[in-house]
Design a protein around this ligand. Structure first.
Ligand SMILES: [Fe+2]
Ligand SMILES: [Fe+2]
Length: 178
């Protein structure tokens, strides 16, 4: 599967999960907490694998990296909202407006990704490369599970490094040096 289709599939899934969350009644705390966990388990591995495989491949061949940096910033912003959702979801107050903000932020991010970033990628990746990047993305995603917020942040820092250096930087090593 080409990377574009693999990413689109995940985007649809996370949007559907957020829509389901927004249909829940205020007193259904069990379903709410389960869905928030499902959203985290879909969003974090998607974002980290997307950065490691897709964004970094694009950064290594595309001189104009503005769109990619913008993508990283939006990942960080969405994850901030996800953290707020985890807390507000637990206490059962204010979670709906946080979920709405997260849905809006993700819809905007996904729309930009599927237009601007996909167009930039299609200019520089051949069909074969897009296929190989898709395979790498699907292989990496299940290996990424959130161990902690700090671990997730370190993984993002690693992905932010220039691609030719980041492979020498093990997030595990960074964590050990804490
Ligand atoms: Fe994405
Ligand atoms: Fe993204």
């Amino acid at each position: 599967m080409k990377i574009y289709d693999a990413l689109k599939k995940d985007h649809l899934e996370v949007k559907a999960l957020l829509s389901r969350l927004l249909t829940l009644s205020e007193d259904d705390s069990k379903s709410r907490n389960e869905l928030v966990t499902e959203i985290r388990d879909a969003l974090i591995p998607h974002s980290r694998a997307e950065e490691a495989v897709f964004y970094n491949a694009l950064r290594s061949v595309n001189q104009e990296k503005k769109e990619v940096w913008h993508g990283y910033a939006e990942h960080a912003a969405a994850e901030g909202l996800l953290r707020t959702l985890q807390v507000t979801g637990k206490v059962g107050a204010g979670w709906k407006s946080t979920a709405e903000s997260l849905k809006k932020a993700l819809e905007h991010h996904i729309q930009e990704e599927e237009t601007t970033l996909f167009a930039a990628a299609r200019n520089v990746f051949s069909d074969d490369e897009a296929e190989q990047i898709g395979v790498a993305f699907e292989a990496l995603k299940p290996k990424i599970k959130e161990e902690s917020i700090i671990g997730t942040t370190f993984d993002m820092i690693q992905n932010l490094m220039p691609p030719r250096f980041s492979k020498n930087l093990s997030s595990l090593e960074l964590r050990k040096s804490l």
